[in-house]
Design a protein around this ligand. Structure first.
Ligand code: AMP
Ligand code: MG
Length: 410
């Protein structure tokens, strides 16, 4: 099988996925879920003309000649707390005390803040004065938040396919959506494979290592807000690998992710097991780290086999799995943001598309990237220290110091 480029491999993978079904859930549970409906406003926002200050509502035209030498005196005819419905209509020469967020009375078109009047009593419980004086003119609309300023009824405020963030939860509440339709959380099964792997709390044995991938990958899957089903560790035998993958099949998952066992080692059974129970589309990609990445399906359930080396597993996840889960989740625009960074040092590569661990700091307004520690695919510490992955394109063998490359922020 030929070595695929990352782009080709991603295209082949993503083409196999469509969003999972949707469900209706309470707004209070909606953070981080993916909208499965366009949100059309039934109301204007703000709902009504209201004051943005504690002060006095007035007719701006009354105030045109107000000046320190000739202050304007207005009769205060009403007191309007937030939440009340003003029934009065201001006549010329009249004002109404009004609180922030309270509805403007008819006739009023501006609010003078209390601190710009001669009325000094701002204590809670204070009664409104009978008159106020102001010493400068107000413009029509000043300190008023007009109805419909942000949203008009009928506007599409949020589009399906977007992840609900806290701000969106707020506007959904403003618009009265107590229940919303979101995509279900995809179910992702996760397994490790390797005779060398021990549970984290097991006593160390000579020649064995702790299974770190399943913790890192579970955390990565959770960071997409998918549900993760941790299946544990398969031994390096066909039966053990098959038994574990079968468990995933029993649990109705949307995707199976494994780490290790997809290379060319004598004990790498994972891709064999997938191939003999489904199809293997590819198992190598022209990238570094992480060349052994397998994609196929096991009994019609999509399967992505990530490499065993921890940094390769991480990079493989970011390059292939994050957007795949995004597609399953119903995200409409999963494209990742890259930033341009200047390399502090010369970077040598081997011509494969490479993802290198780096820290980024700002120097004279420019983002400068420095590689962190050992860049081997087993050196997890340098990934822990990194805050970005530098992307060295395929075909490039040397990036001179001072040149810019693209980077993903971690
Ligand atoms: P393999 O793909 O099975 O050849 O494994 C490649 C490398 O990754 C080896 O050094 C393995 O010990 C290591 N490895 C495999 N699985 C894990 C895991 N779950 N956690 C940490 N390292 C692993
Ligand atoms: Mg192995």
């Amino acid at each position: 099988m030929a070595l695929l480029s990352i782009t080709e491999a991603r295209t082949r993978i993503l083409a196999q996925f469509k969003p999972v079904a949707s469900e209706t859930i309470p707004l209070v549970k909606s953070a981080n879920r993916i909208l499965a409906m366009d949100i059309v406003a039934a109301d204007d926002l703000p709902l009504f003309d209201n004051s943005s200050m504690d002060g006095f509502a007035l007719r701006a035209a009354d105030s045109s000649n107000a000046a320190p030498a000739s202050p304007l005196t207005l009769n205060v005819v009403a007191d309007i707390p937030a939440g009340s419905h003003p029934t009065i209509s201001l006549a010329p020469g009249e004002a109404a005390r009004i609180m922030t967020g309270a509805q403007l009375p008819a006739g009023a078109d501006a609010v003078v803040p209390v601190e710009d009047t001669d009325f000094n009593n701002r204590d809670a419980g204070s009664t409104a004065p009978t008159q106020i004086q102001i010493a400068k003119p107000l413009k029509s609309g000043e300190n008023v938040r007009p109805r419909g300023m942000d949203v008009h009824a009928g506007d599409i405020v949020l589009h399906k396919g977007h992840r609900i963030n806290p701000q969106m939860a707020g506007i959904l509440a403003m618009l009265g959506f107590s229940n919303i339709e979101v995509h279900k959380r995809p179910r992702v099964a996760l397994l490790s494979s390797g005779d060398e792997l021990l549970e984290v709390n097991a006593p160390l044995e000579s020649g064995k290592i702790r299974d770190s991938n399943s913790y890192m990958l579970a955390a990565l899957i959770e960071s997409t807000n998918a549900e993760v089903l941790r299946l544990g560790v398969a031994k390096d035998t066909r039966d053990s690998v098959k038994n574990l993958i079968e468990q995933a099949i029993q649990q109705n998952v949307d995707l199976i992710i494994s780490s290790a066992g997809v290379s060319v080692g004598a004990f790498d059974y994972v891709k064999d097991v997938v191939e003999s129970n489904g199809t293997l589309d590819f198992w190598r990609v022209n990238m570094r780290p992480g060349k052994p990445v397998a994609f196929g399906n096991y009994k019609n359930i999509p399967f992505i086999g990530l490499p065993g080396n921890p940094v390769s597993a991480f990079v493989g996840f970011e390059v292939f799995v994050r957007d795949t889960i995004g597609r399953l989740s119903g995200i409409s625009d999963g494209s990742r943001r890259t930033v341009r960074v200047r390399c502090a040092e010369e970077i040598l590569s081997d011509g494969r598309e490479s993802y290198l661990r780096a820290v980024i700091h700002e120097e004279d307004g420019v983002n400068v990237a420095k590689l962190t520690g050992h860049q081997g695919s087993g050196n997890l510490l340098s990934l822990v220290q990194a805050d970005a992955l530098l992307i060295i394109p395929a075909g490039v063998k040397c990036v001179p110091a001072g040149q810019e490359v693209s980077a993903w922020l971690l």
